[in-house]
Design a protein around this ligand. Structure first.
Ligand code: SF4
Length: 312
């Protein structure tokens, strides 16, 4: 039996003016799954996250949430969509209004979405302990919180609306390792108790390896590999995925790999290379790669790769 994904992204492109930063990306996310989206800065990860949550318009392709094309939603349905689909931003302090205390910031979504105030506020108070906040945080301003506390407030603001799907953009960036661990445990616990589905965008491959079921690798606006997390980390097929994994710092001698040195920086999406977009930096590139763009093809159960000469 084919299970319909909760999010189905089909050949989606996103642009800022004439600069196309996401190019014909397709990805399915199953209900209850945690998908990791990885890649260097400038690969289009956050733009794709914003497109899925309707914070950025697409210029092509379709995004379906629970089977409905999100671009076809009328205004009243869009508000309901925003309750079910949330995005938590990379820098939670700057995404929260600096002039409002946490109490007001938590009340804001209740008012915007017209939810019953008393009942919803009681839910917030009950949830505060679950996310590691206490009543004393309510009278603070965002800049008075630590990075970990600000992320918990952003998470609580999302949970107020009982979402089904949350995009977490760099959820652990800037946090020390023990706070990172607490936050990841919290995300995992909430997934179980509230039936959440996550897309986690991160540079930190140790975080991605720890909490995701599936990984999608982006390079210069395209998804170049998708695979089940353990398999992809053990046997990356795309040379770019292999280079990212080889660069993960580790103290475990059994996991050490020789670093794969990539030439140069990620090119500008304004003038992407011909053929395979990765070819100027790829240690496996051959003549064909310079002229022929590889399509993403199935490479086993739950696995697909866009490369003429995969390394696994
Ligand atoms: Fe490298 Fe060629 Fe594969 Fe592109 S298609 S990743 S250049 S081997």
């Amino acid at each position: 039996m084919t299970v319909r994904p909760i999010v189905a992204i089909d050949r989606v492109s996103v642009a800022y003016g004439d600069l196309v930063v996401v190019h014909e990306v397709s990805l399915d996310i199953a209900a209850g799954e945690t998908v990791g989206l990885v890649g260097e800065s400038g690969s289009g990860k956050t733009s794709l996250g914003k497109a899925i949550t309707m914070l950025k318009d697409t210029i092509d392709g379709t995004i379906a949430f629970e089977g409905e094309d999100v671009r076809a939603l009328v205004a009243s349905d869009r508000l309901a969509f925003r309750r079910r689909v949330q995005m938590i931003f990379q820098d939670p302090v700057s995404s929260l209004s600096p002039r409002l205390k946490i109490r007001s910031l938590l009340a804001e979504p209740i008012e915007v979405h017209g939810l019953p105030f008393e009942a919803t506020w009681r839910q917030i108070e009950a949830l505060m302990a679950d996310v590691g906040l206490s009543a004393q945080h309510l009278d603070k301003y965002p800049h008075e919180l630590s990075g970990g506390q600000a992320r918990r407030v952003a998470l609580l603001r999302s949970l107020v609306l009982a979402p089904r799907f949350i995009v977490c953009d760099e959820p652990t960036a800037g946090l020390d390792v023990s706070v990172q661990g607490d936050l990841l445990n919290l995300l995992c616990d909430l997934q179980i108790t509230r039936g959440l589905t996550y897309l986690i965008i991160s540079h930190n491959l140790n975080v991605i390896r720890r909490v995701t079921d599936t990984v999608a690798v982006m390079y210069l606006g395209q998804i170049v590999e998708v695979g089940e997390t353990a398999t992809l980390f053990a046997r990356p097929a795309h040379p770019y995925t292999a280079s990212l994994i080889a660069a993960i710092p580790t103290i475990d001698p059994d996991r050490r790999r020789s670093p794969i040195v990539l030439a140069g920086e990620i090119p500008s999406p304004r003038k992407p290379p011909t053929g395979c977009r990765f070819h100027p930096r790829c240690p496996s590139a051959q003549a064909r790669c310079r002229t022929e763009a590889p399509a993403r093809r199935d490479a086993g159960p739950g696995r697909s790769v866009a490369c003429h000469f995969p390394v696994a």
